[in-house]
Design a protein. Structure first.
Length: 441
């Protein structure tokens, strides 16, 4: 057990990437909060709320400022938020008359929420890059294996022939929708927060609206019609998006893990030597990335409920709801970074065993073509009779370990092209068309 599973050195990058851990580090968060305070001073100076020379002095004095995190922690434990202690450090660093202009008319939540959005902006950029890489990799796999015939499995049972390319196209389709969802959500998510103690910006007189506009522009963020201190729906929406994308990636991991089972053996996560090795069983190559994709999907599916609980802000602000958000959202972001990294590894290194897929089809003794046989017979007899005959012969084939098509062929003189029926590649329907449609997006 470790206090920080996502950041423990002994876990390496198993659950999260080092890049995302650095982005969500306390050091980076504090640096972003300082940048927010500087941007606030610049915006207020431009609107005549504080003297121009004060804003210049604040920006100059705080350039490269390093926060004393230990002292900040003491202040956070006392106030419940880090901003009062941070402002105290900033005022001491700036000194003189300009120090009084720091944090003018703002409230702690303005600084923390805006800093969080700026960090999320960087996280989203990483997510988009990694998601595009996974989508592109899956497109290549689907294209390469459009005609690679394999068994479809429904409810954990062998069903009928399909193509591996169609399966991969099915993995990719939700990811395209997840990318569209993110693009549609970003204008709602990446917005500045500035409302002051009660969301009115009363200390700024009638300059509040203009300061908000300049503040947002200074940081490259959008702006809502009103301060959103107690409006947490978009953050809950973002968390839900994280869980959706994690689930889509987890589906890939689950399928790859099942196909990589020794008894199935149709894919391997990677040809990388030593990957997934066992401490005591030399023959094993465990599907590590597949397993972690499932783990992280389930983790975020569970965590998203807490973000919906954190929407319940009483009145204009709630410390309990707000701090629940602090505990939940960062780990969800970290988990998604890990999911995308593992998905990239799988997609980039997946080894597909066409011969094993074909052998597994042959091992069914034609049972996976029962549907094809039934519909072929239905061209020459009543469909109910055809299905009854095929059902009976399926039982016989399993009991006597015989080929289904041979048994059915011996029971009827219907003019069926049995050689054509026996070829699984002839029972793929419009799978090629479906793949082409999917790859056109």
């Amino acid at each position: 057990m470790t206090a920080d599973p996502f950041g423990a050195p002994s876990h390496g990058n198993l659950f999260a990437t080092s890049a995302m851990r650095e982005l969500l580090s306390d050091t980076h968060r504090c640096a972003v909060m300082v940048a927010v305070e500087i941007a606030l001073a610049k915006a207020q100076s431009a609107c005549g709320v504080i003297p121009a020379e004060s804003a210049e002095e604040i920006a100059r004095a705080l350039e490269g400022f390093v926060v004393d995190n230990a002292a900040l922690g003491d202040g956070t434990e006392s106030a419940g938020v880090p901003v009062p202690a941070l402002v105290g450090q900033l005022r001491k660093a700036v000194g003189g008359q300009a120090a009084h202009s720091i944090h003018w008319g703002a409230t702690s939540q303005d600084i923390l929420d805006t800093a969080q959005v700026l960090v999320l902006h960087e996280a989203v950029t990483q997510f988009e890059r990694d998601l595009d890489a996974v989508i592109d990799g899956l497109a290549n796999l689907a294209r390469d294996h459009a005609q690679t015939v394999m068994l479809a499995r429904t409810r954990m049972q062998q069903a009928a022939p399909t193509s591996f390319g169609l399966k991969v196209a099915g993995w990719r389709a939700p990811l395209l929708r997840d990318r569209e969802r993110l693009a549609e959500m970003k204008p709602r998510l990446l917005v500045a927060q500035l409302g002051g103690a009660a969301g009115t910006l009363a200390p700024l007189g009638h300059s509040g609206s203009e300061v908000r506009k300049r503040f947002a522009a200074e940081l490259g963020l959008g702006l809502t019609d009103t301060p959103w201190h107690s409006q947490r729906d978009v953050l809950a929406e973002f968390a839900s998006w994280i869980a959706l994308l994690g689930g889509s990636l987890g589906k890939i991991g689950l399928d790859v893990g099942l196909l990589a089972q020794s008894e199935v053996g149709e894919v391997r996560e990677s040809g990388e030597e030593g990957r997934g090795g066992s401490s005591t069983l030399p023959q094993k190559s465990n599907p590590v990335s597949s397993e972690i994709l499932v783990t992280l999907a389930r983790y975020n599916a569970n965590a998203v409920g807490a973000m919906h609980q954190a929407m319940l802000h009483g009145g204009e602000r709630s410390g309990s709801a707000w701090s629940l958000e602090w505990l939940t959202l960062p780990d969800m972001v970290l988990a998604l970074s890990g999911s995308l990294a593992h998905a990239k590894r799988i997609v980039g290194g997946l080894v597909v065993d066409r011969a094993r897929m074909s052998a597994n089809i042959d091992a069914t003794n034609g049972l996976c073509l029962a549907e094809a046989v039934s519909f072929a017979l239905a061209q020459h007899m009543h469909r109910v009779e055809a299905q009854a005959l095929v059902t009976a012969m399926c039982v016989a084939a399993m009991e006597d370990d015989q080929n289904l098509i041979d048994l059915v062929r011996a029971q009827t003189d219907a003019p069926v092209d049995w050689d054509a029926v026996a070829r699984p590649e002839n029972w793929l329907g419009d799978s090629r068309v479906f793949i082409e449609n999917a790859l056109a997006r």
